[in-house]
Design a protein around this ligand. Structure first.
Ligand SMILES: O=P(O)(O)OC[C@H]1O[C@H](O[C@H]2O[C@H](CO)[C@@H](O)[C@H](O)[C@H]2O)[C@H](O)[C@@H](O)[C@@H]1O
Length: 551
């Protein structure tokens, strides 16, 4: 299986389909919906964690890597799910959260009980001689990155929630235990692995303060030892399977590092998730702000990553949405006036780039952020902490709420909208997170008379039939245009011209004469009325067109 023509679908199990009426999605619910997923003709499904967990960070706080959390089902359900997906030629990607465990994990509990072997699994440190915390590092979810280690007087490191204790990867026993986890799931037929925040596993043995005005994450992100760990993990587990597909979630990484992580000769990972393009609506680099997206910055970042990764021989994961991101249609499209057209334009932009596209559940029907009216509607720990910090920083409750509403991770975690009923056809019980706009957007209506789903089907089938999309080179086009993201793909004697209008007004572009001298046929477009290929091309609001040129 070559990976370049594959498309991966992401399912957040808690929100996909609830088969047992408890308001929480489950594995049997996913089994019931396989016929729907199979219609897209995707190749692999990435499942967010469904392992035993107290769910303080929605499953990214794992207490047992070897068991399915009873909320989601049983191991027999997982095995049935895997077998049924296989019948549809769909393989499974599991989420491996190996940077930290839940503090409820037996390793942490043994460490707390005084077992030295397991204390060496974590970063447990004395306070500074003056009683200060071991370092000045901050947790990604707000507050300090250290919490009291029982009543020992010591502290343990948690880069995320206090219930997510960082594992010390320097300890070979830790690595062996983690590789065993991967192999356990491989033995169950799993061929895909997504490694959560894997590039922060290379903390030093001596942990030191970040200098003033330097973010603590720069001290432990992308350190060279991460590559040694990845090589070792590859050799010890998935590297034995020529068909394995792996993706590292790389927090705040760089192009040179991402090339190294994904260069085939390095035997580390297949591809990486990077987030720079999704920070173009952060004012001054701060997530908890509300500001319109910077289109020129977005183009520049996507272009840089396309060129840089290709030049180095690396491979990108392509995505707009995931379970940590507000819906892209709210950020870069227009779900009110142009839901279908802007959803399709965003899909075209991503799917025709060089890399592996990921579709986050609901994106294929144009799902958008919920319209919550109160902080009580939100569940996610990150946005709840951010709200408090915004208030402490002087924002009014209304201002803080507006920011949370734009940036909360819950925006993408609302239940899949299967129909227009009270709970969106997701459950018979009140869901753990409420849907708000199922009357306007739902699978039943979309399949009956929508256009977004069929457009995704076309994009997926093009990747499988057109090598220019799966393996062609990327070249930027019309770089200074302030409304259109345009690019070329090139393969053998073919050229693909891709034009995407990111705004709700029509616009015209002038193509360079060396291109317009050719004849071109439309490979895909999201409007019925289609322009002839010529030097000047007018694009309607949120229009995307890809012309295949004959040389
Ligand atoms: O924003 P970055 O520094 O580039 O980091 C990328 C994402 O990292 C974190 O996400 C993942 O780890 C978390 C802890 O296990 C988990 O809560 C999350 O669901 C994972 O996907 C971070 O939480 C995200 O906000 C960042 O986008």
């Amino acid at each position: 299986m070559s990976f370049q023509d594959k498309v991966i679908y992401q399912i957040y199990p808690k929100s996909f389909y609830d088969s047992n009426g408890d308001g929480i999605g489950d594995l049997r619910g996913i089994i019931q919906k396989i016929p729907y997923i199979a219609k897209l003709n995707i190749d692999m499904i990435w499942f967010n964690p469904f392992f035993v967990s107290p769910q303080n960070d929605n499953g990214y706080d794992i207490a047992d890597y070897y068991k399915v959390d009873p909320t989601f089902g049983t191991m027999a359900d997982f095995e049935e799910l895997a077998a049924k997906l296989k019948e549809h030629h769909i393989s499974i990607m599991l989420d491996m959260v190996l940077n930290h465990t839940s503090t409820a994990h037996e390793w942490f509990q043994k460490a707390l009980a005084g077992d030295k072997k397991y204390q060496a699994f974590y970063y447990i440190r004395d306070p500074k001689p003056n009683g200060d915390l071991p370092t000045n590092w901050e947790s990604k979810f707000g507050g300090p990155a250290w919490a009291k280690f029982g009543n020992t007087g010591k502290y343990y490191l948690h880069l995320y929630d206090p219930t997510q204790a960082d594992l010390d990867w320097h300890n070979p026993e830790v690595r062996q235990e983690l590789f065993k986890v991967i192999n356990f799931w491989r033995a169950k037929g799993v061929q895909g692995f997504r490694f959560d925040v894997i590039n922060v596993t290379g903390k030093g043995t001596e942990l030191v303060d970040a200098p003033a005005n330097v973010a603590s994450k720069t001290l432990y992100t992308d350190t060279p030892i991460v590559q040694d760990y990845l090589k070792e993990m590859n050799r010890a587990s998935f590297g034995k399977d020529p068909d394995a597909i792996t993706v590292g979630e790389m927090s705040s990484t760089s192009i040179p590092n991402s090339v190294q992580y994904t260069l085939p000769a390095n035997h580390e990972l297949t591809m990486v998730f990077t987030f720079h393009h999704l920070k173009v609506d952060y004012a001054n680099g701060e997530k908890w702000t509300k500001t319109p997206f910077d289109f020129m910055k977005l183009k520049e970042i996507l272009t840089e990553w396309q060129l840089g990764m290709a030049k180095g021989g690396g491979w990108n994961a392509l995505f707009w949405n995931n379970h940590d991101q507000p819906r892209a249609i709210n950020r870069f499209g227009d779900p009110v006036h142009y839901r279908a057209k802007s959803a399709e334009m965003l899909a075209t932009t991503m799917h025709l780039l060089r890399g592996t596209p990921y579709i986050y559940m609901g994106e294929e029907i144009g799902m958008s952020d919920p319209d919550y009216q109160s902080m009580n509607d939100y569940v996610d720990i990150e946005c709840k902490n951010a709200y408090k910090e915004l208030l402490s920083a002087g924002k009014t409750p209304a201002e803080a709420f507006e920011i949370v509403k734009t940036k909360s991770r819950d925006n993408s975690r609302t239940p899949m909208q299967w129909d227009s009923s009270e709970y969106a056809g997701f459950s018979k019980h009140k869901p753990w997170l409420m849907p708000t706009n199922q009357a306007e957007v739902n699978v039943a209506d979309e399949l009956a008379h929508g256009e977004i789903f069929t457009y995704y089907q076309k994009l997926i089938s093009l990747r499988k039939t057109q090598p220019i999309i799966s393996v062609g080179d990327f070249k930027p086009l019309l770089e200074t245009d302030r409304q259109v993201f345009a690019y070329l793909r090139k393969y053998k004697d073919q050229t693909l011209v891709v034009l995407n209008n990111f705004y709700g007004e029509s616009t015209s572009v002038q193509l360079p004469s060396d291109l317009s001298a050719h004849t071109g046929k439309i490979l895909i477009s999201n409007y019925h009325e289609q322009p002839i290929f010529s030097q000047e091309i007018t694009l309607k609001p949120y229009q995307s067109i890809a012309f295949l040129l004959n040389h």
